[in-house]
Design a protein around this ligand. Structure first.
Ligand code: PD2
Ligand code: ZN
Length: 292
């Protein structure tokens, strides 16, 4: 460590802390009639932190280090504090309203890669043939003509990651998570599909009356694309002609009913056959009544 100079010749490093005599010493117009005799210098050669004399480069480094550490912690706090304190943290999502009539919104970057992998991991060992509702009686049966994917349902808030995704969807549709059905994760192999269908329970169908009375209508569907198939697997909205390409992390939110609550047949959709590769997608239905 360098030997500390005579404090008489020292000038502090922070101008705001200078005494009036020191400021006078630092004034470039002062041509020398100051206690230090020599022309004033703008920076001290040494800074004293408590009892240690620190060379200027090291003290600047320390000051910068503390400054960047503060910035880092500040950014960290604002990024994660919401989820830490029970709020909703959102990745950088870009929202594109594709059509308002029917209401279809694409959300790019709705899930992170880690979240997609997590959902696939939770579902992959539990896949069963997907089911469809029959007319009368209203039962869930396997029907390979209507859909031939496999899938499974996850528990509500089964893991902290899933709970966070559910909170994000709740914030998106402006309804508490209690209005959500359990998440369904689906897997489509090459050639697998889901024929055109509607997600709402038809008021005119006698078999839907009980479901509607108990749990209310499926007012909206949120599809979460967990991977990007090599080819095919688009979500096709037949009445609008729109085909949403499945891209990992993206989501599509569409309403199955009109703002009045009446069925919106323009929400009819299909999952087109996967041509190459496989497709992982998760569905969340949002009901008009709390489910729990
Ligand atoms: O798997 C899909 O892409 C898809 C598309 C539309 C699934 C559903 N609807 C559904 O399960 O209702
Ligand atoms: Zn559907």
């Amino acid at each position: 460590m360098a030997k500390p100079p005579n404090p008489k010749f020292l000038k502090p490093i922070w101008p705001v802390l200078f005494s009036s005599q020191q400021r006078k010493n630092l004034n470039p117009d002062n041509d020398g009639d100051c206690p230090g005799k020599a022309r004033p210098r703008y920076f001290a050669r040494f800074t004293k932190f408590s009892r240690i004399w620190i060379p200027p480069l090291l003290s600047q480094f320390l000051a910068n280090f503390v400054y960047f550490l503060f910035l880092f912690l500040y950014t960290l706090f604002w990024t994660y504090s919401a989820s830490f304190f029970g709020g909703v943290s959102m990745p950088a999502i870009s929202t594109i309203e594709i059509t308002t009539n029917p209401r279809i919104t694409l959300l790019e970057g709705f899930l992170t890669n880690a979240e997609c992998d997590h959902l696939i991991h939770l579902a992959s060992s539990l896949l069963q043939p997907s089911l469809v509702y029959t007319e009368v009686p209203n039962e869930l049966v396997s029907n390979g003509q209507a859909r031939n994917s496999t899938g499974t349902f996850l528990g509500i808030a089964q893991t902290p990651v899933l709970a966070e995704i559910e909170r994000r969807i709740a914030s998106l549709v402006d309804r508490p998570t209690e209005y959500q059905e359990n998440m369904q994760v689906l897997n489509y192999q090459s050639g697998q599909y889901y024929q055109p269908h509607i997600d709402f329970f038809s008021v005119s169908s006698p078999s839907c009356q009980e479901v509607l009375a108990q749990g209310g209508q499926r007012i909206a569907t949120c599809l979460l694309y967990l991977n990007t198939p090599d080819d095919g697997g688009e979500t096709h909205f037949l009445r609008t002609g729109l085909k949403v390409v499945p891209i990992r992390g993206n989501a599509v939110l569409f309403y199955n009913v009109l703002p009045s609550g009446d069925e919106d047949w323009r929400s009819m959709h299909a999952s087109l056959p996967v041509i190459t590769g496989e497709k992982w997608v998760a569905t969340k239905w949002i009901r008009s009544k709390p489910q729990r």
